[in-house]
Design a protein around this ligand. Structure first.
Ligand code: 23J
Ligand code: MN
Length: 259
């Protein structure tokens, strides 16, 4: 085995490296994004039993799942958005697997999001993060820590008011900066989608989806446990199901980090 892989295994077994699960539980209580009623919506999770050591299957237990591609902790492929529809290797089954693994840059804006549910990350804030932690490296996953995943009540998580949902995200200029001034795999967030709650009212609507996917970048939504990661020094593995022509997929997101 390569020295590096032997050491990886040894450090995982010794506990000097830890595996952090960045994934929310997936089930009937998983919150799903609400869009304005003029648009079609995605269903929640339905789990129907096929058998459970009973007449339909005396020795085995299994279920049928029904869910939208963009449910719970999930991956957004570039083909999800009209801006990314004609890019090469833009869907779940055609993205090269090496693009699912990269170093994590965790930008902590949890205090800002606690003070303002509509907080938006700016390019200035990214540059301030880089002044402290170094330049965002090639092939990075940029993870926005908001602590939003600590809102375990679905109503508080979706935070829908009379004027629509309120949750933090990216200013358009921040998405543009990350998509064109840095060479990232994509962005990850703790909220239900990679755009801010109010982003349907922005110009363009849903600017993070528009810009990231137009640039061939990926999205990760509904992450958790970002507070267990260092700002730099973790590696994230986020591999969607190989859905044929898939626009996205629920997935298990894992980080390997110093313990
Ligand atoms: C469709 C339309 C708007 C949004 C989304 C999907 C998502 O957040 C998603 O899951 O990709 S904002
Ligand atoms: Mn999505």
């Amino acid at each position: 085995m390569s020295q590096l892989l032997s050491q990886l295994v040894a450090e995982l077994q010794a506990g000097t490296l830890k595996v952090v699960d960045l994934t929310q539980p997936l089930g009937p209580n998983t919150p799903v994004i609400g869009l304005p009623p003029i648009f079609a919506s995605s269903p929640g999770v339905t789990i129907e039993q096929i058998s459970r050591y009973d007449a339909p299957g005396p020795g085995w237990y299994w279920n049928t799942l029904q869910l939208g591609e963009h449910t719970g902790t999930h991956f957004d492929a570039p083909v999800h958005w009209v801006t990314g529809k004609d890019l090469p290797d833009n869907r779940c089954d055609t993205i090269p697997a090496r693009r699912f693994v990269g170093p994590a840059c965790v930008i902590d804006v949890s205090a800002d999001a606690a003070a303002d549910a509509d907080f938006l990350l700016t390019p200035e804030r990214i540059l301030a993060w880089e002044a402290e932690h170094g330049r965002i490296p090639t092939g990075a996953w940029v993870l926005l820590r908001t602590d939003w995943s600590k809102r375990t009540d679905p109503a508080a998580f979706l935070n829908v008011g009379a004027d629509g949902p309120h949750s933090p995200g990216f200013a358009k200029a921040a998405s543009e900066f990350l998509a064109s001034e840095r060479d990232i795999l994509g962005v990850g967030v703790e909220t239900v989608g990679t755009d801010a709650g109010q982003a349907g009212t922005f110009d363009p609507p849903f600017p993070n989806h528009t810009i990231m996917h137009g640039a061939g970048k990926f999205g990760l939504a509904s992450l958790c446990n970002l507070d267990q990661l260092p700002a730099t020094g973790a590696v994230v593995i986020a591999a969607p199901l190989k859905i044929v022509d898939g626009s996205g997929s629920p997935l298990r997101v894992l980080a390997i980090a110093p313990a």
